[in-house]
Design a protein around this ligand. Structure first.
Ligand SMILES: [Mg+2]
Length: 319
């Protein structure tokens, strides 16, 4: 997929992955300074987002795809879920197939570039457009000169192509989402399907620094060699479909925040997630500076920065 090809795949040496990078001797010699031995590199904080219901109120297919083929969203999802239940099929594969089956039945041709163009129709929650730079600025301000950086990742069961067409696409260090193969068959065929539990694979890819999907994630990597510890992650989701990801992040020392659109049902869902120990906080999906969501995220970031400082100090003692 284009995103991974663009943004990932740099082979890391074992030393880099372990956070112990030996400074280049030649550079140090040139300025006549003593050679600094090694440095602590586990200083990347990762904010990881679900898309539908978390960054935008509705499933991304409802903004342009379903209207284009004249489908009522509620009826479409009900039909798709009923087929999945009856056939014992995966609900994600079922919806990806049904979208194009219905488009073909109506003689509507939607190729990859059409799908990307549909991304422009997605409407986001307030403040989303500014959120990514605002949180990165906050980290920069709180850690001046300490080398701590912030990355944004997306893990979605939705469609890569639509995400690619949204204005926030470039804000992500990497995007992991379902995707089609457009030229293999009569109808576009699912190339990658990211289910709710399948999302956790991508958390481990971020954790291990193996973001190139062509590389296997399964080999053992000791905790000490993983570039982004789970304790440096905050996962943002909106409901039950995020439970596996929230559970994996939190059980491994990371944090999770649930968001809702301000409705009673959404608030109730979030409250249940907190009660079940799935997330640390919940808030209105208001991403503007100064909102509860912004403040609570900054609180968790403050704690992460302190933990990174402590870890770095302890690491220094071992040297
Ligand atoms: Mg969602």
């Amino acid at each position: 997929m284009a995103v991974q090809a663009k943004k990932s795949g740099k082979a890391r040496t074992k030393a880099e992955a372990s956070g112990r990078v030996v400074a280049k001797k030649t550079a140090a010699k040139a300025v006549g300074k003593p050679i600094p031995a090694k440095r602590f590199t586990k200083k990347t904080i990762a904010l990881i987002y679900d898309f539908d219901g978390t960054l935008c109120p509705r499933p991304m297919q409802e903004y342009a795809f379903l209207p284009k083929i004249g489908e009522n969203p509620e009826a479409f999802w009900a039909e798709s879920n009923a087929i999945a239940r009856e056939q014992g099929a995966d609900p994600l594969i079922t919806y990806m197939h049904l979208l194009y089956k219905k488009a073909a039945a109506k003689n509507v041709r939607i190729d990859r570039s059409d799908l990307v163009a549909q991304g422009a129709a997605v409407e986001f929650y307030p403040g989303v457009a500014e959120w990514f730079d605002a949180t990165a600025d906050y980290v920069r301000k709180m850690t001046e000169g300490q080398g701590v950086t912030l990355r944004h990742y997306l893990i979605s069961s939705g469609l890569t192509e639509i995400v690619e067409g949204t204005p926030i696409y470039r804000k992500f260090h990497n995007v992991f989402a379902s995707e089609y193969w457009f030229d293999a068959y009569d109808l576009p065929f699912p190339k990658r399907v990211i289910t709710d539990t399948g999302k956790t694979q991508y958390l481990f890819r971020i954790n291990k620094g193996i973001e190139n999907l062509g590389e296997s994630i399964n080999h053992h990597m000791p905790e000490s060699e993983r570039p982004i510890p789970f304790s440096n992650m905050i996962y943002f989701g909106d409901g039950d479909t995020d439970v596996p990801s929230m559970a994996v992040v939190r059980k491994n020392g990371g944090r999770a925040i649930a968001v809702h659109g301000g409705d009673a049902a959404g608030r109730g869902r979030c409250r249940d997630l907190v009660r079940a120990g799935r997330c640390d906080f919940f808030a209105d999906a208001d991403y503007r500076l100064g909102s509860s969501l912004y403040k609570r995220t900054c609180l968790l970031i403050d704690r992460m920065i302190a933990d990174i400082r402590i870890a770095e100090e302890m690491w220094g003692l071992e040297e």
